[in-house]
Design a protein around this ligand. Sequence first.
Ligand code: MLT
Length: 205
Amino acid sequence: MTELSFIHRFEPATDSSRPPLLLLHGTGGDENDLLGLGRTISPGSALLSPRGKILENGMPRFFRRLAEGVFDEADVKFRANELADFVTEARKAYGLEAPIAVGFSNGANIAAAMLMLRPDALSGAALLRAMVPLSETPPVDLAGKRVLMTSGAMDPIIPADNAKRLAASLSEAGAEVQHHMLPTGHNLSQTDLQLLVKWFSEQSR
Ligand code: MLT
């Protein structure tokens, strides 16, 4: 694997009509976690999968938190920029277009922060169990970016209202947001997969 600023896995595209994916794992995951999901939801896409640099009791994450659902916002900003810089590096190293982020939980939250702070790093995002990552963000133009959000109505970690607020702020910034509130908890369900497959089939050029 090419030496870049994040430990990562990379799988080249086998179908050039499919967009590259930036796979962002949840707390305690790593760069291997979402490769299978990526292959299933967008077969043939290039897959770029970094490992979060923060360790919380040995569990990799993409930014520090003070408690569950309470984020160290200065670190969120620093890490979102650091990850966006990695995407720039990897695009150069592997010859990629701007990827679509596919993030689960902590990975979805850093992807949402990247959209707000470094919108050029991503061409869109699938945010699975995301919440508002920053209490205040500068104005941003997300016109032309498609965002899929899937949330769990019974998610014990993410209040439904918080997920709705994130969806609203992304669409106010101009993104084309599809938000599905599913009758489930924090874990992904078959319905998430079906929605992802459908959304990605509409992304191919
Ligand atoms: C976070 O810390 O990003 C959220 O609480 C989700 C999680 O990773 O548990």
